[in-house]
Design a protein around this ligand. Structure first.
Ligand code: NAD
Length: 395
């Protein structure tokens, strides 16, 4: 079939297998061009490994330091004339590239929140790798079925306290609009913490330790975001921010435990990127469009792969002590948060409108990055050619 993008709101419901493979290859190239990451991961488990920061982490592990990787994600194959999800195509492409390089790579597709999937992962590690030395937790999910109670919690992107009105971007129409975000109820806040907070991370570490597959000196890595004041009511000070605080507290308490055996658990605060999850957060697409323009003008723009590669190379696996801020977090968002970058965004924020969206902000790059997530707009891919949507993992 000939596959074209079909966008519905914040999501593209089609994905292009050749384009996704090209996207994975581009990311592999970024890491390869920077040379090997010495003393990096050897056997890594990545949760949320098919898209965004998780995929970039898996690529940095595999192609930066030749690590064996197990990837966990929630994606579906092609069926009934529908394409697979982009994460499926990405992961097939990753595995093929890893196997071509002689690297171990296996993927487990399913609900990372469930006890069954955790047991399956532990079994696979025991059987094939014995242990892992690196655990990357990069989940972003709209909901979670609690593994012990069966209760479903949802991820609400809401404020706490007052409603929040702000400029925003209608990415479908390419227009600057107003968005109003309502405050969460206490129940909605608690549900968001259940989905995006640290309980599941705790359950993962418990399962890996009980199964005897976590090296005593392992590195556990989780991701968070802080961002600028314009997004604080909806992000840092909103429901997701609270959930992230919970994740950070959990990570730091796991760190206290692991460090007794030479291990460590760290939170990296990453830069805002266009990913499937972030495009659904109000205000973020407009902020990202401005951020991309300003960071490009300053020659410091980075995508997920450049961020994670730099995180591994210059912070996590450098020969020096890992630099953290006063709250114990690694700040790989340092370039995004540079005062000159943020001052320029603050200056442009009141000026941006539907007419100058492509000039004072970089909505063009935003749109291109969004389509790229689903394998569209990649150089060298013939989008008029027939392509088989059924692409499967090698046996
Ligand atoms: P993403 O949407 O690109 O990817 C999410 C991944 O989680 C996918 O692989 C998906 O398959 C997987 N997933 C979702 N639900 C699952 C489930 N139930 N079981 C198994 N896998 C599941 O997300 P992202 O934007 O890369 O976010 C990853 C992490 O990075 C999050 O912790 C996020 O807060 C953090 N982060 C993101 C940004 C950003 O701007 N995107 C910035 C800083 C930090």
């Amino acid at each position: 079939m000939i596959i074209k993008p079909r966008i519905r709101g914040f999501i593209c419901v089609t994905a292009h297998p050749t384009g996704c493979a090209a996207n994975v290859q581009e990311q592999i190239k970024v890491v390869r061009n920077r040379g090997p990451i010495t003393n990096g991961p050897k056997r890594a488990l990545v949760i949320g490994a098919s898209m965004g920061y998780g995929l970039a982490s898996r690529i940095a592990c595999g192609f930066g330091s030749n690590a064996a990787t197990v990837g966990v994600f929630f994606d579906r194959p092609a069926s009934n004339g529908k394409t697979a999800t982009a994460g499926w195509y990405n992961s097939v492409a990753f595995e093929r590239a890893a196997h071509d390089k002689g690297l171990y790579a296996r993927s487990i597709v399913g609900d990372a929140f469930s006890d069954e999937l955790k047991a399956e992962v532990v079994k696979l590690i025991k059987q094939d790798l014995r242990t892992i030395d690196t655990f990357v937790y990069s989940l972003a999910s709209p909901r979670r079925i609690h593994p012990r109670t069966g209760v479903i919690a949802k991820n609400f992107v809401k404020t706490i306290g007052d409603p929040f009105c702000s400029k925003a971007l209608d990415t479908d129409k390419g227009k600057v609009t107003e968005s109003r975000v309502e405050p969460a109820t206490e129940e909605e806040l608690q549900q968001t913490i259940e989905v995006m907070g640290g309980e599941d991370l705790e359950f993962w570490i418990e399962a890996l330790e009980t199964g005897g597959v976590l090296e005593p000196d392992a590195t556990v890595l989780t991701y968070s975001y802080i961002g600028p004041e314009v997004t604080w009511p909806i992000y840092k000070n909103g429901t997701i921010g609270q959930a992230k605080e919970h994740l950070i507290r959990t990570t730091l308490s796991i760190n206290d435990r692991l460090k007794r055996s030479g291990g460590r658990a760290l939170v990296s605060v990453n830069k805002a990127e266009v990913t499937q999850s972030s495009s659904a957060i109000p205000v973020v697409p407009l902020y990202n469009s401005l951020l991309f323009r300003v960071m490009k003008e300053k020659g410091i723009h980075e995508g997920c792969i450049e961020q994670i590669d730099r995180l591994f190379r210059t912070k996590l696996y450098a020969d020096t002590e890992v630099p953290v801020d006063e709250e114990g977090r690694i700040r790989i968002d340092d370039l995004e948060m540079r005062p000159d970058v943020q001052e320029e965004i603050v200056r442009r924020w009141p000026l941006v409108n539907s007419e100058n969206l492509y000039t004072i902000s970089d909505f063009g790059t935003y749109k291109a990055e969004f389509l790229k997530l689903f394998g569209f707009g990649l150089d060298g891919v013939d989008y008029e050619a027939e392509v088989d949507p059924e692409v499967n993992f090698d046996e």
